[in-house]
Design a protein around this ligand. Structure first.
Ligand SMILES: Cc1cc2nc3c(=O)[nH]c(=O)nc-3n(C[C@H](O)[C@H](O)[C@H](O)COP(=O)(O)OP(=O)(O)OC[C@H]3O[C@@H](n4cnc5c(N)ncnc54)[C@H](O)[C@@H]3O)c2cc1C
Length: 442
């Protein structure tokens, strides 16, 4: 007699969160603290893999620039938001950041045992780094009874009779509310492989073009082959179709493919979007940002005529101002023979050299790939999501949080703050909208 295979029973919860990253963990904790029965589905073998990489393992988890009352409350603060967050509507982030503010973030983590220190405006855990941040989040999940089902790949999510049905290899899950927090497309090995966008698309949502952001930029200039490995303090302007769009300063890392470093990351979304639209994208690098044009000219002429310089070649006279390889590369770019005595430097040559040092033009041909991008620009269209609750305007009971949305922040803790705020808003609002909320756990 053939025996009928025993079916695995469906697992039912009030809220199922998809993705155990920063936003998903935050959403689950806030949902459970409001009394909901919450479970997280994660397709990797463990939660929070990207969180572990943040800030080189030190986790820059928020930024003091967001603490200014002007930023969150003042109408003028609205305008300055574009400096920190990008997307089709940067101000979309405001309600969630008010709902769960950077101050709430500090308090939340302090209660969980994380004391913060501040470095150059960014907040970091005092000790324990990103690993400590992840541990306190998972311990809080455990305390609240939130199960995290890892290695759970989802085949399909659908909605039927006001329930969300998740078909996975290990069985069927059912929930009243669904929070999607599957991240963007960068650093695929951490789990954010873009698969979550397929779920929202099937629910009818539009995805704004996905492009790598906070990413190095490529150029075909031979110059980069000569100077790879050098770091320099610079300022850079970004031009799209010859129009200046932004200016940043900081440490530049020269690589054989082009440029990297935080100041490049900060403007990379402009370059990525410009390239995507087929525009001319150029950087102008200033390698002597502390000097006005005339001061820099006088500096170059003075150095070449000094008593101690008399025996020096053009290349040798640049040492001390720039690393040797970089100085020589500037001379090559300016068409000056680096072996000539530096005392022969003419004013015309000095002007040409200055043009390369202070206005080095870099035609950008591409960004590096998503594999080297800290975040994904683009994502779920924010016009289709309620900024107060993170609930979809198209599908009742569906919530979206974190990097999945068309929101990307600059370097400095802004992206994690968005994950915390949008996650907290989604979790609390999903839990509060449940008709029968029982037993509040705090
Ligand atoms: C190298 C690096 C350094 C960074 N440093 C900082 C920093 O210092 N400060 C800062 O603010 N930001 C930093 N960021 C950005 C920040 O890490 C992200 O913006 C943030 O982690 C986004 O959180 P999230 O929860 O939305 O997405 P993620 O953290 O990417 O989490 C998404 C989760 O969903 C899971 N998932 C994806 N698809 C599925 C699926 N189909 N089914 C089930 N689970 C799925 C993933 O495995 C993952 O666990 C850094 C990023 C990188 C790559």
């Amino acid at each position: 007699m053939s025996q009928k295979r025993k079916e695995k029973p469906d697992i039912c919860r009030d809220i199922i969160v998809v993705g155990a990253g920063a936003a998903g963990l935050m959403a689950a904790i806030h949902g459970a603290r409001c009394g909901a029965d919450v479970l997280i589905l994660e397709h990797m073998e463990r939660p929070g893999k990207k969180l572990l990489m943040t800030g080189n393992g030190r986790c820059n988890f928020t930024n003091e620039a967001l603490f200014s009352p002007n930023i969150l409350d003042d109408p003028q603060g609205r305008a300055s938001f574009g400096n920190f967050y990008h997307g089709a509507s940067p101000a979309f982030v405001l309600p969630a950041l008010r709902f769960f503010s950077p101050r709430d973030t500090l308090r939340f983590f302090e209660e969980l045992g994380v004391n913060a220190i501040i470095r150059k405006g960014g907040y970091y855990p005092f000790g324990g780094g990103a690993a400590g941040m992840l541990s306190v989040l998972t311990m809080e999940c455990e305390r609240l009874g939130i199960e995290i089902h890892c290695n759970t790949g989802i085949r399909k999510i659908r909605k039927a009779e006001n329930k969300f049905i998740f078909e996975t290899k290990s069985g069927t899950y059912i929930s009243k509310k669904c929070i999607l927090a599957t991240g963007g497309k960068s650093y695929k090995k951490t789990g954010s492989d873009g698969s979550g966008f397929l779920y929202v698309e099937r629910f009818g949502h539009h995805i704004q073009d996905l492009v790598p952001a906070l990413v190095p930029l490529q150029s075909k200039l031979a110059f980069f082959g000569k100077v790879a490995g050098i770091r320099a303090e610079i300022s850079t302007k970004v031009y799209i179709d010859h129009e200046e769009k932004a200016c940043e300063s900081g440490e530049l890392q020269l690589t054989d493919y082009g440029v990297s470093g935080i100041c490049i990351f900060q403007v990379s979304h402009l370059a990525a979007n410009g390239l995507k639209r087929g525009r001319d994208v150029r950087l102008e690098l200033d390698f002597l940002p502390g000097f006005e044009e005339n001061e820099a000219f006088t500096l170059l002429m003075d150095r070449s005529k000094r008593v101690f310089s008399r025996q020096k070649t053009m290349a040798q006279s640049m040492i001390g101002l720039f690393p040797e390889k970089l100085g020589s590369a500037f001379l090559d770019e300016a068409g000056i023979d680096r072996t000539l005595p530096c005392v022969t430097l003419t004013t015309g040559q000095a002007r040409r050299l200055l043009g390369k040092i202070k206005h080095f033009s870099v035609p950008v041909t591409d960004t590096r790939s998503f594999e080297q991008a800290q975040v994904t620009a683009g994502g779920v269209d924010t016009d289709e999501v309620c900024g107060e609750t993170m609930e979809s305007k198209l599908v009742q009971g569906l919530y979206v949080a974190g990097e999945m949305l068309d929101v990307d922040g600059i370097c400095g803790g802004f992206n994690l703050q968005w994950a915390w705020s949008s996650g907290a808003a989604a979790g609390q609002c999903a839990a509060k909208s449940l008709r029968s909320v029982t037993g509040r756990k705090t």
